[in-house]
Design a protein around this ligand. Sequence first.
Ligand code: URA
Length: 266
Amino acid sequence: MLIEEASPRQMLEFLVAAGIETPLDEHPVDRFALSVPTPVAEPQRPAAEAQPARMAGGGPAPLAPDAAIMEARRLASSAPDLDTLRSLLDAFDGCALKSTASRLVFADGTPGAPIMIVGEAPGRDEDEIGRPFVGRAGQLLDKMLAAIGLTREHVYIANTVPWRPPGNRTPTPQEIAICLPFIARQIELSAPKILLTMGAPATQTLLGQKEGILRLRGRWFEYAMTGRTIPALATLHPAYLLRQPSQKALAWRDLRALSTRLRNSG
Ligand code: URA
């Protein structure tokens, strides 16, 4: 059978359908053809002249993952309030997701609200607007909150990672580890009475669990911050519920448990 050659438009449509929507450069790079430069020993410069490592394009070289985690910890722990934390995160270059995202997606809702919700990562709509949960999953989240008499203003919302992963893929364990000090400090500074984790990445990362979300949802955990712990409930992510609407009853059960606990917490 003769296979027709795809037109440039068909190829583009195929790439978009495969989730590849973010051009990283003007021209394709054949990385197999690039030769690995042999390191040449440079004469030692006096310490006063030493410059930060720079990429060929002029930007700073990305930090190695361990160094990025250390830097994230140092910066996050130095933030005395949420505004400072946001500025420090916005200026932080240690997570590669920042280079493909359009902007930082820090938080929505009311800082200091009794409930803090942590999702996975911004999607396309969030990346465009700069606020978490504004797309279809966010609209469902609003309905879920309304079902227990709450609006966005009654909660504070953030994500495990604050930059959109390309094509909405799941953030890698390394990206999550690098961003963890920031979301942990964000929880600490907002100081909710109850934490609600939505989906596997937020639940496993923040609550130190390994099981799948269908086993973890509906269960209460203790979330430890410096000097105190708060109750944390795991539930299903609204994006999952959009794909599996029959599971909404489980999320509804979780939200009722959340509402009861909040009422009893005084
Ligand atoms: N899904 C998330 O986990 N977070 C968002 O902000 C949007 C969709």
